[in-house]
Design a protein around this ligand. Structure first.
Ligand code: CP
Length: 344
């Protein structure tokens, strides 16, 4: 399998054979001694937003592979221009075209987190429309001009490393996940969160050939184009994909319950209006009462989690909860990505 030099923006850019190869490589690396194949190699990490897991797991992944992951404080750097042909006599100081090429000379891959909705604020931040955000200008610009692989550490639209880490966790816990029931449920959260994670989590479950259900209140539909890809991917892998509005129905006989909140697409740029409707859905929390309807499902959450808002302590601290292994597996999945993409 030759993936050298490719960007890792969205798992859907890869064939199901390639995704399964990466999952199996990650599982193997977790179990057996491996070669430090990235000795002398470096990863430049640019975080435009906060992170705990992604930041540390990428650093540790590079360390374990014999290379170095350098977290450049990009927010203290120059402000970038993204438009082509701009007369740069205003606020922006450096064109991404130059920055991407320069960083490519210092490193063997560039990993970027750039999402308008990931903040440390307690309240939702105002953003542009979904049509604008889904262009993923920062990631796409770096991918255009970089001369080394660009890895998406979460953009507005996708969080492929979370998707791959989750798929690895599902295979690790369930064995062969084909035709098993995977449910991703929207839950109440006081803030409007991005939808990159559910997009990538669902795409990965579809790639595994699972019977996938996404359940959310009416009004919280995911992007139509991405839903279509999920449907196609599930069918191709021998599973199916459904949308539901009833948690009670969806949880029946589920093998995996994955929890995530996100902001409603049509209210991007107007969270005040969304918040009033969202507040009516505080009963969208995962409780033990709901979990007993499942087929003894494992419980997944990408973290960070608002305990007793998204899920009760009883569920997240239960023996069915795999959230800590899920976070650990981010590192192994990223090691498989780094080893496969970086040219030796
Ligand atoms: N799940 C996840 O991406 O966590 P961080 O935001 O802490 O990186």
């Amino acid at each position: 399998m030759n993936l050298k030099g490719k960007h890792f923006y969205n798992t859907a850019d890869f064939s199901q054979k390639e995704i399964n190869y990466l999952i199996d490589l990650a599982l193997k690396m977790k179990k057996v001694q491996f070669k430090k194949s990235l000795s002398g190699k470096s990863l430049a990490m640019l975080f435009f937003n906060p992170s705990l897991r992604t930041r540390l797991s990428f650093m540790m992944a590079m360390e374990k592979l014999g290379g170095v992951g350098l977290d450049f404080p990009i927010k203290e750097g120059y402000t970038f221009e993204f438009k082509e042909g701009t007369i740069m006599n205003q606020k922006t100081i450096e064109h991404v075209k130059d920055a991407a090429k320069v960083i490519s000379k210092y490193s063997d891959a560039i990993a970027i987190r750039s999402s308008d909705l990931i903040t440390s604020n307690s309240e939702s931040v105002q953003v542009s429309s979904w049509d604008k955000l889904k262009q993923d200008t920062v990631l796409k610009s770096f991918m255009k001009y970089s001369q080394v692989p660009v890895i998406n550490m979460e953009s507005n639209v996708y969080h492929p490393c979370q998707g791959l880490g989750d798929a690895m966790t599902i295979k690790e816990k369930l064995g062969n996940p084909k035709k098993k029931k995977y449910v991703l449920t929207w839950v109440y959260h006081p803030k409007a969160l991005p939808m990159a994670t559910p997009n990538s989590q669902l795409l990965s479950a579809c790639d595994l050939g699972m019977n996938v259900v996404v359940v959310h209140p009416k009004g919280w539909e995911l992007d139509k184009g991405i839903l279509k890809v999920m449907e196609q991917k599930a069918k191709k892998a021998g599973g199916n994909f459904q949308v539901s509005h009833s948690q009670k129905e969806a949880f029946k006989e589920a093998d995996v319950i994955c929890v995530k909140s996100w902001g409603a697409l049509k209210f991007y740029g107007n969270w005040e209006k969304e918040k009033k409707i969202r507040e009516q859905h505080k009963d969208w929390i995962v409780t033990q009462e709901k979990m007993v309807k499942t087929n003894n499902a494992i419980f997944m959450h990408c973290l960070p989690v608002r305990r007793n808002v998204e899920v009760t302590d009883e569920v997240i601290d239960s023996k069915n909860s795999v959230v800590i292994d899920e976070a650990e597996n981010r590192m192994w999945a990223q090691m498989a990505i780094l080893r496969s993409l970086i040219k030796s």
